[in-house]
Design a protein around this ligand. Structure first.
Ligand SMILES: C[S@@+](CC[C@H](N)C(=O)[O-])C[C@H]1O[C@@H](n2cnc3c(N)ncnc32)[C@H](O)[C@@H]1O
Length: 291
């Protein structure tokens, strides 16, 4: 495990990076202690170090393992929000990024400080995709503190551990110099928005047992405007039959109405609750990551 670089988030998700020298052993050990692999990411280096002796192929990638403590349970993935990194398309498991070079590479007296300083882009991407502002990230192989630097810019908290005392003031100075933009939820929250939420047709509420066939729904909480739910999800209102939207439009005398916002059900205590709450329950269930 020595050369592998780990980044552990408090919900138990973990990122590990390594090369063929160690990554297979690290993966095996992780699985042996019950970790569940969410993704294997290939960091494809577009400017790898050449193989000087010319005895094997140039090693042009490193492997990241993103795993969580056990098979069940939640973990953070900002799935939709990461699409801009791939021209609006689903993010893939091969990340083409340059190795750390140029101004980004920390030097003292012209000499590179750390032979394996990671590029900011790699940590930025891992942190942004799998954590939210305020989350705590532990990097027990801190080196020059790239994890801390990316975490600070993104308003995450971080804990770094490093065995080589030489790197500690260098990492500290680097992170101290970073002045993130002021945090506001509007600017930094990238959680999947409602408009990106999965579409849930009303009949799904019946399939999920959240609404029963024959149950009554109330238009704008008005007990005098009651509809009955048919087994196929249509509503029957005073002889008119249609979807939640069509019946709302019918009651509104032709004015379009969003049925999700107009129809209410009565809970066990007789209080009116919006059917939209039930849609959210299904959405949360659908959003629950599955393997
Ligand atoms: C791959 S480097 C990390 C580079 C870092 N991500 C960066 O961008 O600068 C791994 C670091 O882990 C440190 N390290 C190795 N074994 C360690 C241990 N058992 N405890 C703490 N640090 C350790 C090494 O000194 C080295 O700086």
């Amino acid at each position: 495990m020595k050369a592998a670089h780990r980044l552990l988030k408090e919900d138990g998700a973990i990122w590990v990076i390594g090369t063929y020298h160690n990554i297979y052993r690290v993966g095996k050990l992780l699985q042996d202690i019950g970790f569940w692999i969410i993704n294997e990411i290939i960091w494809e280096k577009n400017n790898p170090m050449p193989n000087f002796r010319g005895v094997r192929f140039t090693n042009a990638h490193e492997t990241l393992i993103w795993a969580k403590k056990s098979e069940g349970g939640k973990y953070t993935i900002n799935y939709h929000a990461m699409k801009p990194f791939n021209d609006g398309k689903q993010m893939r498991s091969v990340w083409n990024l340059p190795i750390c070079k140029g101004k980004e590479r920390i030097r003292v007296d012209g000499e590179r400080v750390h032979s394996t300083q990671k590029p900011m882009a790699l940590l930025y991407r891992a942190i942004l995709s799998s954590t939210n502002p305020g989350d705590v990230i532990l990097d027990p192989f801190f080196g020059t503190g790239t994890t801390g630097a990316a975490a600070k810019i993104l308003h995450r908290k971080w804990i770094g551990i490093e065995q080589d005392k030489y790197y500690i003031p260098i990492a500290k100075k680097r992170i101290d110099q970073i002045q993130p933009e002021e945090y506001t939820i509007q600017a930094f929250d990238i959680k999947d928005k409602k408009r990106l939420a999965p579409r849930v047709p009303f009949p799904h509420l019946l399939e999920y047992g959240l609404i029963k066939p024959g149950q009554s729904l109330y238009f704008n909480q008005n007990p005098k405007q009651t509809a009955v739910v048919k087994p196929n999800g249509n509503l029957l209102y005073n002889g008119f039959e249609g979807s939640i939207h069509q019946t709302a439009k019918h009651i509104l005398k032709g004015k379009p109405g969003n049925g999700w916002l107009h129809w209410f059900f009565a809970d066990k205590k007789g209080e009116f609750l919006s059917i939209d709450i039930l849609r959210e329950i299904i959405r949360n269930d659908l959003n629950e990551p599955t393997e």
